[in-house]
Design a protein around this ligand. Structure first.
Ligand SMILES: C[S@@+](CC[C@H](N)C(=O)[O-])C[C@H]1O[C@@H](n2cnc3c(N)ncnc32)[C@H](O)[C@@H]1O
Length: 219
């Protein structure tokens, strides 16, 4: 065992981490609470609380103006990224659910960032393929159906500008990725992780943030 795996994230330590991160603003908090109240069976899909300030940080770090999100649900991560964009920045949000994203639309309006978010209700692969082929995306957040990750990656990578970053969520898939007999979405994530680590077009690091987050920078 190498050094670096000796900090167990207890509930107390997790709360400590949250307390030392920027807090959710009232619109973000209300959206998370509403999502849990309205969709208790699906609310676990919302990005972890600490990912909102992290995504905002990354959007600012790369100076993003063109952002793409694959998988929007009730709009929490899109909200955090849009709030970090400059006023003339745009975020294309891809999802297939009118019902779930309606909650996002309402929150984006409330937060005053609706004009920065272009929600496309269609299979994300169709939306990505319809985008200009040249490198123009500064930041992308990949957080949709796991079986589609490699296809989304293959559409995103050529469209990323040099230095642009893709953040991919759930790359540890609740710890299932170490199971040699994994099937379904866990197997898809394992295949995706192998695909990403072998992709010489991007520099990638897999981080133990929340359910696993890979950051990939275009060379
Ligand atoms: C994990 S949730 C996204 C969570 C969101 N990023 C957040 O932080 O709240 C995954 C989303 O992917 C969407 N999705 C599933 N299959 C899709 C597809 N083929 N194209 C576009 N979106 C899809 C689902 O409707 C769902 O809203």
């Amino acid at each position: 065992m190498t050094k670096g795996n000796d900090t167990t994230i207890t509930d107390e330590l997790y709360q400590y981490m949250l307390a030392h991160n920027p807090p959710l603003d009232p619109v973000q908090r209300e959206l998370v609470d509403t999502t849990y109240a309205q969709f208790p069976d699906h609310a676990g899909m919302v990005s972890a609380e600490e990912q909102a300030p992290l995504l905002a940080f990354l959007v600012r770090l790369v100076g993003a103006r063109h952002v793409v999100e694959v998988g929007t649900f009730t709009g929490f991560s899109a909200l955090a990224m849009a709030q970090a964009l400059p006023a003339d920045g745009t975020l294309i949000a891809c999802d297939i659910s009118e019902e779930w994203t309606a909650y996002g639309r309402a929150a984006w309006e409330k937060a005053g960032v609706a004009d920065r978010i272009d929600l496309r209700i269609a299979p994300a692969l169709d939306t990505l393929r319809a985008m200009p082929a040249e490198p123009h995306i500064d930041f992308a957040y990949l957080d949709a159906d796991k079986g589609g990750y490699i296809a989304y990656w293959e559409e995103l990578v050529p469209r990323m500008r040099q230095g642009g970053v893709i953040a991919t969520d759930n790359v540890l898939f609740h710890g299932g990725v170490t199971d040699p007999a994994a099937t379904g979405p866990t197997a898809a994530i394992k295949e995706f992780n192998d695909h990403v680590s072998a992709d010489a077009r991007m520099d990638s690091v897999l981080l133990t943030v929340a359910d696993g987050l890979t950051l990939s920078r275009k060379r």
